[in-house]
Design a binder for this molecule. Sequence first.
Ligand SMILES: [Ca+2]
Length: 226
Amino acid sequence: MKRAALAAVFTLMAVATAGADELQDTFDKVNRNLYGIETEKPAPERPRKKLPEIREEAPVRVEQEERADITWDFETGDLRGWTAEGEAFRYQPTYGDNPTARHRGQPSQHQGDYWIGGYERCQSPDCNAGAVQGDGPQGTLTSAPFSVDSPSISFLIGGGCDLAHERVEILVERRVVYKVTGKCTESMGRVSFDMSEFMGQTARIRLIDSSSGGWGHINFDAVRFE
Ligand SMILES: [Ca+2]
């Protein structure tokens, strides 16, 4: 019997009687004994590496259109796109130049009609002009995440001047990269921050009020991306 025919017989016998592993062994024996061919063994399967767990705080890519859902100058008359915690921002945004309405001598210098005035309590044109909530309440006000797509961010800031307790922060991928406080006057002024190194990353703006003492409030308005 020729070798090829013999191999076929062995193969048929093996198929009839053996499982997959035994079948492979039979093929190997036929190849080795009749043809002098060593069958190449597949490399043993390596144990799979465990994939790193995705942590909850992993950076999230935020598309530009999501930024449009955040009120950046508060002219919507509400806090859409912002999350308030605590009591400090309960009556925000504030309508009009409420400090001047009570003859404070420090005009708010806000943009448009509405702004964040941590001391104020006047939410509409019909409010009791000049009314206040005072310095007691504390809390935070945090924007929804947005993607950095301009080389600078600027905004108006006023109110307290204790950086430890009254401040506005810019966070990138949940890390504070800038923080700024007011000048202990209700009048706001514009401050600007270089964001060029953070292009394409995810940012938030967060207002902090953690003091109930004198000047324990923060004013804020009119974020610009330039
Ligand atoms: Ca405004």
